[in-house]
Design a protein around this ligand. Sequence first.
Ligand SMILES: Cc1cc2nc3c(=O)[nH]c(=O)nc-3n(C[C@H](O)[C@H](O)[C@H](O)COP(=O)(O)OP(=O)(O)OC[C@H]3O[C@@H](n4cnc5c(N)ncnc54)[C@H](O)[C@@H]3O)c2cc1C
Length: 243
Amino acid sequence: MLDVISRVSLHPIDYSGALRVTALSFKEKIQENDNTYSFLFTTPKLPGWKAGQHAIFTLPGAHVAGKTWRPFSVASAPSEGIIRIGTIIPPEPSSFKQRLIALQPGNVIRMFGPYGELYIKPSMSKVVAVAGGIGITPFRSIIADMADMDNDIDFHLIYSAKASHVYKAELENWKLKLPHLKITYTTTADEVNAVLLKEVTEGGNNTHYLLSGAPGMIEALRRSLQEQGVRSGRIINDPFKGY
Ligand SMILES: Cc1cc2nc3c(=O)[nH]c(=O)nc-3n(C[C@H](O)[C@H](O)[C@H](O)COP(=O)(O)OP(=O)(O)OC[C@H]3O[C@@H](n4cnc5c(N)ncnc54)[C@H](O)[C@@H]3O)c2cc1C
């Protein structure tokens, strides 16, 4: 399982957190827009979990055809006391997502993790984050955590979505607590590139660039950042294989 994840990731991952297996009890689902849902689970305390990390989820007891596990970023912050995942349920969902949407309160699923490198490290003084669509999930977690911890670092979220911007109301609410948080909502790749170019021109290698979304978007942004002289160590990404 971890071999597969390493092949889709463009940066080395510390897998140690993936060895922790936690049983989660399904609490409720929230419909965020036409096809996007949040799934909330009760969890015991998870020492070492960092906002922004992802985990592997399985649905024991449910008969899932094909691949029985999926990685999802944890969209909640540790201080929220729950595990939240956010995902798209398409018109013809995979067997895994059919079982996910059918979960009933009290059903138990398994989580391996959270783990991964997409989180705020003390060495980061300025962060530019780019979310493509449902790639917003790790940044919901990070920004909720920053608001809870009063960690008002210089953080610019560039959030691109074709239809609605999921979690916008919550993001705007947390922004009230974080004067150094800036959020730019975009709808096209050209807009993202223009805003990012401005950031790279101003911040260059003094900034860390956190990228989350479909693999094609991540690869294009990473290439573009490197062509503009950004060092690979300044770019951290989670490619959402499957989109
Ligand atoms: C680090 C990481 C974090 C992630 N975080 C999130 C998150 O927060 N939210 C989220 O929604 N997703 C996230 N993902 C992606 C997630 O794991 C799923 O891959 C994604 O949600 C799609 O799952 P699915 O069950 O709908 O489709 P899958 O069954 O995984 O299929 C993916 C795509 O392949 C196609 N496909 C499947 N089987 C075949 C086949 N046999 N032949 C041809 N095409 C096929 C499907 O049509 C679909 O387009 C993350 C991925 C990674 C690696």
